[in-house]
Structures are given as structure tokens and as C-alpha cells.
Design a protein around this ligand. Structure first.
Ligand code: 3NM
Ligand code: MG
Length: 521
């Protein structure tokens, strides 16, 4: 047993549930055996209602099965049941016996796992000698309705960051709470803090409630093994902070050119005020716009090689359902999704919408003005080291720092627009001064920029940062050219001139292409 303790594969941890709502009329021992065939690596027997005799009977049967697969059996809460059946360990919650007391009773060789939902609880559990941690509750779950803290992937990340998870100073860590095939890769990815990563995930209903527990376990196991980075990573391998802005800018014209002839789909879930203008901007740059909030067609549209824009401009509760369905559909195929958190910090409703969206899926880009980006950065429902700086990032350096930290936290590209635009993928950060004041005098200019950047990400998939930069340069250079035109005398005549220049720039990007003098690192 002592040796097993250090060899546990924590990647796919099954917690059982014997209630009719989840287990149905299946046999728990059979479910576990099938799940073992499907690839689960740890089993926790959890039954909050059974008599001791029944627990010992079931645990004995489970242990016979888990031993065949060389997988540890842990017992929830009940040290006596663990001892009676000779199981490999126990799992104790914050309201159960203290870890130190449990250790005294069970000795050094028994695995003791502890549930933690905050940095403090995690630190204490590690100090008390827990062998591994279950952290959560990641997302609200009907399986356990008395959970105290819903911490999201941000809360997981904060624990990983603060408690040296993934280093020898710490212990293995699995996340729990509504984790299933649709979010398992995202949870593993979004919770990561540098090289601090979860060792695995714990699930109940995703396997126990499935009609085929073997198939459910197998698909979860495969999702864990196939790296989500392929879809989600903001930063391609081996990227360093920007030192050669000129070299970076030199790649922009080629991307503008390929975008101009792409007819790439730009799927907008946007506000009613700007739809027409946004669609025209998409067309002028070379994309094919579609404005649709229909949930049923989102999965089909997601497969067409384009990108999705979620614009919170008029975020009614009904639209929020479309946003979430759209994001899930695009996430499922690894296609880009851009969040434009319009008015993000203005009202409690919008702050909650931002929170819900961040918890429901993965964004490739978050684009907004200073207030909006600050609202997203402050949207964490847990204390987040460093990024809670609120809406007061007044100096350029502070803005750049806020943008970079948010990019690191959300593992995505962040663009803060303003007189100077700040763009970062968490590693590469630049600030750019260009555009036209007329962009501030027409409605939908920010929304249309979001659409342009999204479609650029769909065209130039190998590097989201560069794609976003190219989309931005296309947009802002066209604005500069429009403003300079003889026929542009104000916001009204700026609009047609701008659409023309967006189009013309795509046709002939070589004439007066973007210059490095526009950017400051
Ligand atoms: N513990 P499902 S959440 C057993 O947060 C348990 O500590 C939790 O079930 C915690 O995978 C939970 O079906 C239930 O959502 C998780
Ligand atoms: Mg408990």
C-alpha cells in the first residue's frame, strides 16, 4: 500500500453515488467495473445514506473489483468502513473528521484526501498532511446541492497559483463539480497557472448517470489525454516577449491579403443597434457576415470554419442562452470566439452576465474599452492575486499590465481599445497608437472591430495574437485613410469613406502598409 500511494494516477477520479436520481436502477459495482474498463484511475465510494453494514458490503465488492485493475479505492468520510474492508484510503470533507486526527487513526500508509474550496483550506490541508486534494466546487451541481463555494476555473487557478500545485512542495489535486465531457478539457486548460496544473478531475454524474459507464469513462479519459492546447492555447510554443516590432508588423500585410480573399464566416450574436454596420464592415474586409442568435443552428455554423462574436450590447436573458449555446458550439470544434463585453461593468446585470459567460466557455479574444476590460478583470468571484485592480488602471503601464494579466488569467488574447490600444496574449504585449477620432463619433465602431478581429482569428489560426494585430491594423489604417480623404468632412461622410478604405486596403495592402512606427512595446 505504501508504494501504491505514490503511484496513483489521479487523472480520472470516479466518485460514486447510489441515489436513484443518479444511479437509476443500475448496480453500483457493475457501474464501477465498467468505468474501470473505460479507464478511470481512482474510485471513491461515497454514500451519504446507507447503513454501515450495507456500506461495508458494497465497499468489499468494490474493493475486489478495483484491486483487479490496480486502482485505489477510497471511502468517503467513513474511516471505520475503510479500515473494515482494507481500502487504500479515505476522502474527508471540511465538515468531517480533521485530517490530523484521521492520520493518527489510519497511519502513514493510508491515502487521505481532503476537500478544499479556498486557498486557506488548501494550505491547511497540505500542512495537515493530506495526500491529495479535491478542489471545487468548480461549477454548481445537482449532485451535491449543499456545496458552499462555486469557484469556477478562476478559483481553481487561484488555488493552483497560490499553493504551488504541481511542484514538490504540494500534493496532487483534482477538481470536482459538474465536470463532464463538454467542459473537461476547458477546466484542465483554464485552471492552469503556468506549469501549475490539475492532476485530474473527479466526476460523479458524468459516469454514474450515463447509460453506458464504460463509454462515458472512455471518452472522458480520451479527452484528458488529448491536449486541449491544440484548440485553446493563446500563445504558440516558444513565443517570447516582443522585441522586434518591425518584424511582427512585417507579417501583417500577408495576413490582411489572405483575409481579404477568404470570405470567412463571421457569425455575430450582436446588438440590434449595430447589425447593419457590422455586416457591412465584415463584407468590406473580406468576411461573410451572418447575424444569428438561433441556438439550433449554432452547431452547424460552428463547423463552417469561421468565428463567433458575442457582443453583450443588448444582453437580454434570452440572448444569454444563445451566447452560451454559441460559445459551447464553437468551443467544441475549437473555432475562435470573441467576447465584446459592452458596458461590462455598468450594471449588476452586466457584471453577472460577464461572470456567467466566463464560467460557461472559452473565449479566444476579449476586446473592450478600459471600463469593460477592467470589469472583466474584476469579475473574478474569488480574490485573484494581482488582477483585482478594478477600473483604476490609469497610466499606460497600468493598462498594459491589466491587459497582460487578464490574458494570462483567461488564457486568451486581450485587447483594450482607446486612444492607445493595448494588445496581449500574456507573453507578447504591444501598445498601438493609430485610428481616427471619427471612430468615436459613429455607432458600432467598437462592435465592428470585434467582428473584424474574430474573422481574422478564423483565417490565421496558427497565431491568434498576430491575427488580432492584423485585424486591428486593417481596421485602424482604413480609418486613418478615410479621415484623410477629400470627401470625408465629418462622421456622416466618414462611414462610406471608411467602408471603401476597408475594402481597398484588402485589395492593395502593399500601398502604405502598416509601419512599426505605430507601435510601442
Ligand atoms: N463534492 P458531479 S461536488 C461529491 O464540491 C462532490 O466538494 C463536491 O458531482 C465538492 O460530477 C460533488 O455529478 C458532486 O457534478 C460532483
Ligand atoms: Mg464529507
Amino acid at each position: 500500500r505504501a508504494s501504491l500511494k505514490n503511484q496513483v494516477d489521479w487523472s480520472l477520479y470516479l466518485v460514486t453515488d447510489s441515489t436513484a436520481a443518479i444511479l437509476g436502477d443500475k448496480d453500483i459495482v457493475q457501474v464501477v467495473e465498467q468505468a474501470l474498463q473505460g479507464g478511470i484511475t481512482v474510485v471513491q465510494y461515497r454514500d451519504k445514506h446507507a447503513d454501515t453494514g450495507v456500506m461495508i458490503d458494497v465497499a468489499t465488492k468494490l474493493h475486489a473489483v478495483t484491486q483487479k485493475y490496480n486502482v485505489p479505492l477510497l471511502i468517503n468520510d467513513r474511516l471505520d468502513v475503510c479500515q473494515a474492508v482494507g481500502a487504500e484510503g479515505v476522502h474527508i470533507g471540511q465538515d468531517d473528521m480533521d485530517c490530523t486526527q484521521a492520520r493518527k487513526i489510519l497511519g502513514p500508509d493510508t491515502i487521505i484526501g481532503v476537500t478544499a474550496s479556498s486557498v486557506d483550506e488548501t494550505r491547511k490541508a497540505i500542512e495537515d498532511g493530506a495526500d491529495y486534494l479535491g478542489i471545487g466546487t468548480t461549477f454548481a451541481t445537482p449532485t451535491k446541492t449543499d456545496t458552499k463555494h462555486i469557484i469556477g476555473t478562476q478559483g481553481l487557478q487561484q488555488i493552483l497559483a497560490s499553493c504551488d500545485i504541481g511542484t514538490e512542495k504540494s500534493v496532487p489535486c483534482v477538481a470536482i463539480g459538474s465536470i463532464n465531457a463538454s467542459n473537461i478539457q476547458r477546466v484542465l486548460h483554464q485552471s492552469a497557472y503556468g506549469s501549475n496544473r490539475l492532476n485530474g478531475v473527479a466526476v460523479v454524474s458524468a459516469i454514474v448517470a450515463a447509460t453506458d459507464s464504460q463509454a462515458a469513462a472512455k471518452s472522458l479519459s480520451e479527452l484528458i489525454k488529448s491536449a486541449p492546447e491544440k484548440y485553446f492555447a493563446a500563445v504558440p510554443p516558444n513565443k517570447q516577449p516582443v522585441t522586434d516590432l518591425k518584424g511582427l508588423m512585417a507579417q501583417v500585410p500577408g495576413i490582411i491579403k489572405s483575409h481579404a480573399s477568404s470570405s470567412v464566416l463571421c457569425h455575430n450574436m450582436t446588438n440590434t443597434v449595430v447589425q447593419n454596420f457590422v455586416a457591412n464592415v465584415c463584407l468590406a474586409t473580406g468576411a461573410s457576415p451572418i447575424m444569428s442568435e438561433i441556438i439550433a443552428e449554432a452547431p452547424d455554423l460552428a463547423k463552417l470554419g469561421g468565428a463567433l462574436v458575442i457582443n453583450m450590447g443588448t444582453a437580454t436573458p434570452e440572448k444569454l442562452n444563445s451566447f452560451i449555446a454559441g460559445m459551447k458550439a464553437y468551443n467544441a470544434v475549437g473555432a475562435p470566439v470573441l467576447l465584446d463585453p459592452v458596458g461590462g461593468g455598468a450594471t449588476a446585470h452586466r457584471r453577472n452576465t460577464v461572470k456567467t459567460l466566463l464560467a460557461s466557455g472559452f473565449f479566444s479574444v476579449i476586446k473592450g474599452n478600459e471600463n469593460e476590460i477592467s470589469a472583466v478583470a474584476g469579475s473574478s468571484n474569488v480574490q485573484q492575486r494581482g488582477v483585482d485592480s478594478g477600473p483604476s488602471a490609469s497610466t499606460g503601464e497600468e493598462k498594459a499590465d491589466l491587459v497582460k494579466r487578464l490574458a494570462q488569467r483567461e488564457h486568451c488574447i486581450v485587447l483594450m481599445t482607446g486612444e492607445t490600444d493595448y494588445l496581449s496574449d500574456g507573453v507578447r504585449s504591444i501598445a498601438i497608437n493609430n485610428g481616427s477620432p471619427y471612430l468615436g463619433k459613429i455607432t458600432g465602431a467598437g462592435c465592428a472591430l470585434g467582428a473584424v478581429i474574430a474573422s481574422y482569428l478564423a483565417v490565421h489560426r496558427e497565431d491568434k495574437f498576430l491575427a488580432a494585430l492584423a485585424g486591428m491594423m486593417h481596421y485602424e489604417m482604413a480609418a486613418e485613410r478615410a479621415e484623410a480623404r477629400q470627401d470625408c468632412n465629418g462622421p456622416g461622410s466618414f462611414i462610406p469613406a471608411f467602408l471603401d478604405e476597408l475594402y481597398l486596403l484588402g485589395q492593395d495592402v502593399s500601398s502604405g502598409g502598416p509601419g512599426a512606427e505605430n507601435g510601442i512595446v
